[in-house]
Design a binder for this molecule. Structure first.
Ligand SMILES: CC(C)(COP(=O)(O)OP(=O)(O)OC[C@H]1O[C@@H](n2cnc3c(N)ncnc32)[C@H](O)[C@@H]1OP(=O)(O)O)[C@@H](O)C(=O)NCCC(=O)NCCS
Length: 148
């Protein structure tokens, strides 16, 4: 089976938690993941193959402004375009939902994530010094949902 992207559901929470455990320094608490999936102003997309969930992206949307909360691809599946597919699917879903702009923060040293966002049309509009801790700056990026 080729990869497919779909909306995350409550049944995916354990799989998303397992994915985060091995992939990022500060996995999201279960309660936050639950809210990401159940709250009206938030949603998540997962990408999966026959072995299960390989990655996910979470977003909240307030009056047409979307904010990406997290993007994770399983460590052993990176570099195959899955992160890019997730971001492209997110843009398409936000277009359907009538959102206008997408914002995100990414650590300045996170070259793979910056490569994905740049390829998907995001541009840097500001920086936040020490956003992730002393000496760890954030790049603030955005993209219009339609066009770009
Ligand atoms: C960021 C992340 C989601 C990307 O997922 P992915 O499936 O590997 O993404 P893609 O395969 O679509 O693209 C990865 C890009 O990073 C590039 N890349 C990979 N490792 C790299 C490195 N060490 N230095 C520079 N670029 C790198 C790849 O070459 C590719 O870019 P290219 O196609 O232009 O060459 C994944 O690395 C991840 O889960 N990281 C940990 C969590 C994280 O940091 N999330 C982002 C939070 S803002």
């Amino acid at each position: 089976m080729a990869e497919a992207v779909r909306l995350a559901a409550a049944e995916d929470i354990q799989a998303i938690m397992a994915l985060e455990q091995g992939a990022i320094a500060h996995p999201w608490p279960e309660e936050d993941l639950r809210r990401l999936i159940s709250d009206d102003d938030k949603f998540a997309l997962v990408i999966e193959d026959e072995d299960g969930i390989e990655g996910y992206i979470g977003v909240s949307v307030v009056v047409g402004e979307a904010s990406v909360g997290n993007l994770v691809v399983r460590a052993d599946r990176r570099g195959r375009g899955l992160g890019t597919k997730l971001v492209e699917a997110l843009i398409a879903e936000l277009l359907r939902r009538g959102a206008e702009v997408i914002y995100l923060e990414v650590e300045d040293t996170n070259a793979p994530a910056i490569a994905v966002y740049t390829r998907c049309g995001f541009t840097e509009y500001n920086r936040r010094r020490d956003y992730y801790g002393a000496g760890r700056d954030a790049r603030l990026m955005k993209r219009a949902v339609a066009g770009a």
